[in-house]
Design a protein around this ligand. Sequence first.
Ligand SMILES: Cc1ncc(COP(=O)(O)O)c(C=O)c1O
Length: 379
Amino acid sequence: MSIQVNTQGTASPIAPVDLAAERAELGPALEEALVRTLRSGQYVLGPEVEALERDFANLHGARHGVGVGSGTDALIVGLKALGVQPGDGVVTSPFTFFASAGAIAWIGARPVLADVEAETALLDPARAAEAIDESTRCILPVHLYGQLADMRALRALADESDLTLLEDAAQAHGARRDGIAPAQLGDAAAFSFYPTKNLGAAGEGGMVLTNSEETDCRLRRLRDHGSGAKYVHEGIGTNTRLQAMQAAALNVKLPHLGAWNDRRRAVAARYDAGFEGSAAVRPLARACEQGHVFHQYTVRVDERDRAVESLRAAGIFSGVHYPLPVHLQEAARTWGYGPGDFPVAEALAREVLCLPIHPFLHPDQVERVIETLLGILEG
Ligand SMILES: Cc1ncc(COP(=O)(O)O)c(C=O)c1O
């Protein structure tokens, strides 16, 4: 194995993401698009946003895309567009970025948590079924780390109980499960374009995809003060219109998403091979053979905090997504949950370790991560 060595003779650091390499690969196109948009004078919505809405929806086989200000806003307007009202229960995962549950609480609805599957860290449809009661209005699965939750089972569950289904696809741009993309079985899917996502803006951004014309109309009104036509307000909304500069950046990157996701899969395959048979480093399972887009490559380890520190000392920067489950956050103290309520989420929060993964990671760097981590935990 050859390790990249810098001029000081030490191995160069390995970061979780490399936005500079992304910019370098795009060449001048990104800056040209931003300057063109700046000169156009059209800064909010407009042709760049419309092009992105069309192309991003097409990529997922969805009929409509509605660009908004962030992934969090995509969840908020998504919930509202699907008719979730204050006091309604929305079933979601306790093991996710807080925004999934926070968006529910933000609109005055009630986050109802259901534990995840130990193998995949995705919402467990059996646990979700147990969490449903007469106040439940919606199920909000999270496609964590880039792989889709069991949408067939969740669609069936939603239909049985007459619920809507909003997918948190913030980490799942271009993902598939058994050939099915976000928004194909859900009533809508919410995406984030936060800069470190598989498809990231040059700032904040988000989008909701849906196949329903009615939901599309509601989303467009909700993102723009309840307005369908200028100064005509049919309902109460907010201002969360996607900015043209962000859409312009995303339009430059979108054609690369497929290749970048393939490169993430190649990195994941190397990690898989490197950790095969290890009792100390246990990669999460794949829900299906293809279609995982590896926003994160996540393993379970017993001495997680020691592993993070020792990797850092070796110049390897890992992540812990997420160290504290939703129900144990201070912000959730009034939701009626406590320690021990979601044992799978709690165990994952203790054990998960996300290793560097991005399209620009060199095979030698992947080998270095594998060797170093196995050395720390098995050595
Ligand atoms: C699972 C999940 N949901 C929601 C969000 C919120 O997206 P944003 O940061 O764009 O508001 C994120 C991203 O950070 C996320 O990872």
